[in-house]
Design a protein. Structure first.
Length: 163
């Protein structure tokens, strides 16, 4: 085994972030019909548990969301708001990594509020603001707790992937 250097650690961080971004984009695009809109379950949001394992997930999720939103049907508002929501949620999930059950919570709350508000104010979705937030929040609960939390438990058992 080679000597661990700062350069090796930086390379590992960059590779992890890049893989996370690529997987996020691939899953979002693969499930495009349910990944965009005011009623959505973005399956790729299951990956928002990855800050539990590595801080490289923060830029990885941000860039992945940015690219996925760039490829999506919505406008620049989604590109900016969605990507910033992912960045904020990823940072908060990383800060909560010592409380495993709470790791999926920031993406649920942050996206529910920010994306729900964006859909209502920017896109004029024809339901109330609270309904927009509720629709996004429910989709996030399905993705982050329904898919993401079991993924977190599985990956925790196989933690070597992140070493």
């Amino acid at each position: 085994m080679g000597k661990i250097t700062k350069r090796n650690m930086q390379t590992k961080y960059l590779i992890q972030a890049s893989i996370i971004a690529a997987v996020y984009v691939a899953i979002t695009v693969a499930f495009a019909p349910i990944s965009y809109g005011y009623i959505q379950v973005r399956v790729s949001e299951a990956l928002t548990i990855l800050p539990f394992f590595t801080p490289a997930a923060i830029p990885g999720l941000f860039v992945g969301c940015f690219i996925a939103n760039f490829l999506g049907p919505l406008s620049i508002a989604d590109l900016i708001c969605g990507s910033l929501a992912s960045l904020i949620a990823s940072i908060l999930s990383y800060k909560l990594r010592h409380k495993q059950a709470l790791v999926p919570l920031p993406p649920v709350v942050v996206n529910g509020v920010i994306i729900g508000a964006m859909l209502y104010f920017v896109y004029g979705v024809p339901v109330s603001l609270w309904a927009c937030m509720a629709f996004v929040t429910v989709g996030q609960v399905v993705a982050c707790y329904g898919l993401g939390y079991p993924l977190l438990c599985f990956l925790k058992k196989h933690r070597k992937i992140f070493e």
